[in-house]
Every structure is written in C-alpha cells, then in structure tokens.
Write a protein that binds this ligand. Structure first.
Ligand code: IVH
Length: 678
C-alpha cells in the first residue's frame, strides 16, 4: 500500500472509531459529547473518503447500516441456543409461590435476584463474531427464527462492532422497541399522510422490523435493550447474571440502567411497585418486571420446565386504568339482529393502545354501573382484552346528566327495536332490511368459523351491498364474474379467486351452513350436534322444541331460538334460495362401523399414539358416546395416554375406571363390553 493509501485507511479507521464512540455515547449512554453538526461532519468526511476509496468499505462501517437491498422473504435461522419464554406471575401471591419453589429446589434462598423492566417490544437475538455483527434474528418458535440481519443493522442502538475485548462468538438477546416519543411522532406523520396509525408502540416496532426494505426500518427510530446471553465462545468466566449485564455494557451494548440486583422478596415487590408507579415516565412501554435468580450455578440447579426456565419469572403489571370522557353512547346491530350499545370515548392511551370505543353490553349493565353520556369514566384494558368501562367518576359528574335509554328505532333501518322476555337483550326488527345486521351477517357467513369463504371480508361485503348485488347470504352464490369485473381493483385473478372460494363453500359440511345462518345461540358446537343428530336442514326445520331440547347439550332456550328462526317466513325463503343455488343441505349419512357407545362418557388425559384428540373425540361421538373434559360421577372411564395430567389423579381418587389406549381402541371395536360394561 502506498503511503497515501495507508494514510487514508488510517484516517477512515480513525473516523469509524470516533463515530462509533459518539454513537455509543449518544444511543447507549444517552450522554452525547458533541453536537449533531459535529457528528454529521465526521460522517460526511467518512462518506467522502469511502466514496473515493470504495475498496476500503467494510460491512461494519457506520456508513453501511442501510446497505442491503429490499428482500422478498426472511430466511429461517437456527438460534445457537434456544430462546425461552418466561412463566408469568399475576400477583404477589404467585410471585411468592415461585420463590417458594426455588427455595424448595435449592434448599435455601438464592443470595440475589437480578430484576429489570419487562419491555413490551419484540425479542431479538443478535450474533457477533469476533466483535462484528453477523446476524439478527426474531425469536420465531424459540429454536428457529427469521433472519432480520439487514433490518437489525439499521438500528443505531445496536452496534455493528463491539467495544473493548469481544469474545470469538457472542449471541445476545434483547428487545427491540419503539420509544413512546418516536411512536407518537410516527403516528402524527402517518395521520397527516392519511395512513392508518399504529395501535401501540409494540405493533409499530414489529411492523418496522418486519419490513422487506431496510430503509423503512432505518427511518423508524427503533431502539434496543439487551438483557440476556445466548451462546458464548471465549468470553470471561462469569458467575452471575448481573455480571453478564455489566459485561454486555462494557462491550458497548445497551443495557437497561433500571436493572437492580435485589436480595429479598420484599425488595422485589417494592421494585415491582416502583415499576407500576413509574411505567408512564419511561420512554418505553413495559408490561411487567423480569426476575432472575442471579447465580448461574443456582440457575443450573433449578433448570427448565418444558416451556420456561424455573430460575426466572415475569411479574405482570396489573391491568391499566385511565380516566377519560364518555362522549356518547351509540348502538351496533350485530349479525343476529341484537342491538349492542357501545361507548364513544375521548381517545385515551391505556394498556398499550389508544382506545376510542368500548362495549357496554346492554342497557341494564349501563344502568347498573350508572354510566351516563357526558360522564368521566374509568377505562380498563389488560393485554389483548377488549377495553371495558369500570364505572363513572361520580365526583366529576357534570350537573344534569341524563340516564341513557335504548333507542326505540334502529338507527340503521328505522324499524322498531324490541326487548327479549327478560328485558335485557334488544333486537332490531328490521330483519334482512337492516343494513348493519346484513353487513355483520354476511361477513360472519363467510368467516372461518362458518362457511369459510376466503376474500369475503368487510371491504368486499360493503362493495357488494353498496352495489345492490347482495341482499341476503344466498345472493353470494348467485354472483357472476361479470358483476365484479367492472369494479376498480377487481382484476380477473381476484374475481376468479372469490368465485372459486364461493363455489367451494357450496359443499361445506352442514354444520358450517347452520353456523352461517346466524341463529341466536347456534355456534359451531351446537351446530355440530344438530347436524349429527338430524343430518339435514329439513329434519332440523321440522323438529319440535321438545325434540331439540331433548338433545344433550341443547337447552330449552337454544331449542326455542332454533324453532323461532325456522318459523320465520323470510328465513324459510332463504333456505329455499340457498337450496336452489346448490348449497349442500344435508350431511352424507355416515354409516359408522362398530358398536354403539350411547351412554358412554369418556375423559382423555395425556397424548395418545394412534389418535389425535380430535380423532378420538370424533370416533366416540360418531358412535353416540360423549367426551367430557372433567372427571365426575358420570364418567364411564378415563383414557390415559402419555404424560397424563391431573385428571388421572382425580380419576384414581374418585374410583373412576382408568383405561389405556389399547383398551380404548377395543372399546371402539367391540363396544362397552370391552371394558366389562354393557
Ligand atoms: S429475559 C430466559 N428480560 O419477555 C429468559 N425478557 O416471556 C430470557 N422480555 O421473549 C428473557 N423484556 O421478549 C427478559 N427485560 C427482559 C425482557 C424480556 C421483555 C420478553 C422477551 C421474552 C419474553 C418472555
């Protein structure tokens, strides 16, 4: 190398070190020492030198974060060590029970616990070889993740090169997250551009990391905390988790300064209370506190269950509550015509999402809680649970607020709203003419739990209704390709896909049609009972309330609802229309081989070799027997497979006969005599 080139190479290396150092100060320590302009100046000089000497560019240069072109798929990668999940404790009692288990196994208390906030982000595993970032992967199933290296490289909080004395191989686990401030800024931008906002920082982070184009990831201001070692080759001897965190920090990785090494359960609970009280003053969302037994030899002694380490636990923070204003109470008409009130709220960020509406169930519930439009109300949301209104803040109630009443007529079709005999549920009497009911019904009809028509979501249903093409579910089967081809965005391929899905739906099992009809109280379980017992729509239609109610699993209320549904003129016309459209109306009558298991109730525990649970259940039910999930006096026998659960002990305690898989197979072949019954 000429002297000139050596000088350039040295300057480039010098610039890289300086930039990495300032990245570290800025992103990891949050203590910048130079201005943005000075930093930009260093970057610019490096970019210019590299442009003039492209042969000197290396992938770990700070200029190379967004290097890879967009890719079409994330390749699977096997983690060097599995990524475990954690067991949860939802109360201090459960936390103390965990500590008791630890105490019992170790024979003493651990001398220390390492605790830190549980970040509500996206788990990542990053591999460094000789200090250089070579791979980033999602958790996947814990064994194999997805290769997101190109995207991980764009996250400035994750160094491309480690500092200090890196080991030959370091696999490190942590969380990628979107700071709350970045989330709010991103959503403001998205709304300005007319794009839908992200519901919470976690979804925004996940969406940003799973981008095919790393440039998009780079624009999203993601950050990271590292919290756990995976596979390590050639590192220092470490005896404690807390030491490993200190080491990761020395290597230039971002380790949460809120972590603490604590010694007693009281200190841990104090820490959890701190986390709960301060969760909103952090610039990242947390949903709990992770507690690990600190000493590695204690961890080894404790080991793992099938799912998670015994030496760690996630204490989950309780559901979040926020106060907001109840702007109004509106109603929805669902697929069966039931009218459900819901709250329209002043938007409030609670439990990780912005909540604008909450269901209110029914008028009685609203009066019981004494919630009135205009009230300040407490909104609660836990995890993925639908937000609920806990109650009004009476001390803040403005004067003169009126109680809410169910409207007398449907806001969608103008027909009267009536109450059921208990005065609780309200129904729209508009029937097929109510656009809200029809919309919900059609979407449900096509959904996966009913007729499973791929492509028949809200968007398509809205179009079909707007164009007057569909006025009831049978119209779906009368659609012609030409009806659709004239719409924008409906090319031949899309039309063909929908037509194929519709054609396939004509031949679905009877129970699916029954579910799709939207009869109140008839979901998949009841529909399967009906289909099995009667075998055809005609036989169900002509069954009396008594005949229906005599079926195990169908009570008088369901029976009444079925008879009422088929008693309706409009519904019977629908059945005729579906029939002439070629929709299957009967089950092929299945001749079940083998004896009757009428009167036999089995409970399964553990896994069988020759049957899946569903197959075993179907085989029993096809012979007229029943399968229950709980052991009781009515249980004929408990079938015990591999790794049985607590039901085995229950059966033993109650003296219920216990049979193995071979005996179960014999029972299917020969009937109850196989187990000495009649
Ligand atoms: S420790 C062997 N620490 O929680 C245990 N996990 O349910 C290694 N998580 O998939 C995990 N913040 O994505 C740990 N400070 C933290 C965490 C954390 C969030 C996530 C992680 C993991 C899940 C476990």
């Amino acid at each position: 190398m000429s002297d000139d080139r050596t000088a350039v190479a040295e300057r480039i290396e010098d610039l890289r070190r300086q930039i990495e150092h300032h990245n570290y100060l800025y992103y990891v320590l949050d203590q910048p020492e130079i201005s943005d302009a000075e930093y930009d100046q260093l970057m610019r000089e490096l970019e210019e030198l590299e442009a003039a000497h492209p042969e000197l560019i290396t992938p770990d240069s700070p200029t190379q974060r967004v290097g890879a072109p967009p890719s079409s798929a994330f390749q699977p990668v096997r983690h060097l060590e599995p990524m475990f999940s954690l067991d949860n404790a939802f109360s201090f009692d459960e936390l103390e029970a965990w500590r008791e288990r630890v105490l019992k196994i170790l024979g003493r208390d651990p001398d220390a616990y390492s605790c830190e906030p549980k970040i509500d982000g996206l788990a990542v595993s990053v591999v460094y070889e000789r200090g250089v970032l070579v791979r980033g992967a999602t958790r996947g199933d814990g064994i194999v993740g997805e290769d997101i290296t190109a995207n991980v490289r764009t996250i400035k909080a994750i160094p491309l090169r480690l500092r200090g004395d890196p080991p030959a191989v370091l696999e490190v686990r942590g969380e990628i997250y979107m700071p709350v401030s970045a989330f709010e800024a991103l959503n403001r931008e998205r709304e300005e551009r007319g794009e839908p906002p992200f519901v919470n920082p976690r979804n925004a982070a996940a969406g940003s990391v799973r981008q095919k184009d790393p440039a998009v990831t780079a624009s999203r201001n993601l950050s990271n905390w590292m919290y756990h070692l995976g596979h390590v080759e050639g590192g220092p001897r470490l005896e404690r988790h807390s030491e490993s965190l200190a080491w990761l920090r020395e290597l230039g990785l971002r380790v949460n300064p809120a972590n603490r090494t604590l010694h007693t359960i009281d200190e841990i609970e104090e820490y959890a209370r701190w986390a709960e009280a301060n969760r909103h003053s952090l610039d990242y969302e947390i949903d709990g506190v992770v507690i690990k037994v600190d000493r590695f030899d204690d961890q080894r002694a404790l080991g793992f269950t099938a799912r998670a380490p015994r030496w760690a636990i996630a204490y989950k923070l309780p559901a979040e509550e926020k106060t907001t204003k109840l702007l109004s109470i509106e109603v929805n008409v669902g697929r069966t015509g039931v009218v459900t009130p819901y709250a329209v709220l002043e938007p409030v960020f609670v439990g990780g999402v912005t909540v604008t509406t909450a269901t209110l169930h029914n008028e009685r519930e609203i009066h019981r809680k004494d919630i009135r439009p205009g009230d300040w109300v407490v909104v609660r949301r836990a995890g993925d649970v639908i937000p609920e209104i806990v109650g009004p803040v009476l001390s803040r109630r403005p004067k003169g607020l009126r109680r809410w009443h169910m409207p007398k007529t449907c806001p969608f079709c103008g027909n009267p709203i009536v109450k059921d005999e208990h005065g609780v549920r309200a129904y729209c009497t508009g029937g097929y003419a109510c656009p809200s009911r029809l919309r919900e019904w059609l979407v449900y009809f096509g959904s996966r739990s009913a007729m499973d028509i791929d492509g028949l979501g809200y968007k398509t249903v809205d179009l079909l209704m707007r164009e007057g093409l569909v006025r009831d579910p049978a119209d779906i089967f009368l659609l012609q390709p030409d009806d659709l081809l004239r719409f924008e965005g409906w090319g031949p391929k899309k039309v063909e896909n929908l037509m194929t899905a519709i054609a396939a739906a004509k031949d679905r099992p009877l129970w699916r049609l029954l579910v799709g009809l939207g009869i109140d109280h008839v979901g998949p379980t009841v529909a399967k009972l009906l289909a099995r017992k009667f075998g055809s729509i005609d036989d169900i239609m002509s069954a009396s309330e008594d005949e229906l109610a005599a079926i195990d699993g169908i009570g008088p209320e369901i029976a009444r609802s079925i008879v009422a549904w088929f008693g309706d003129e409009e519904n019977r016309k629908l059945i005729d229309k579906l029939r002439s459209a070629g929709v299957r109306m009967a089950e092929p009558v299945e001749e079940v081989e083998g004896p009757s298991l009428e009167g036999v109730t089995l409970v399964f525990t553990g896994s069988l070799e020759r049957f899946t649970r569903d197959e075993a259940k179907e085989a029993v039910e096809a012979r007229g027997g029943k399968v229950s999930s709980t052991v009781s006096g009515k249980t004929t026998a408990v079938v015990v497979g591999r790794d049985p659960g607590s039901k085995l002990a229950k059966a033993e305690a109650q003296g219920v006969p216990i049979i193995d898989e071979d005996t179960f197979a014999a029972l299917l072949e020969r009937g109850p005599e196989a187990i000495g019954g009649s």
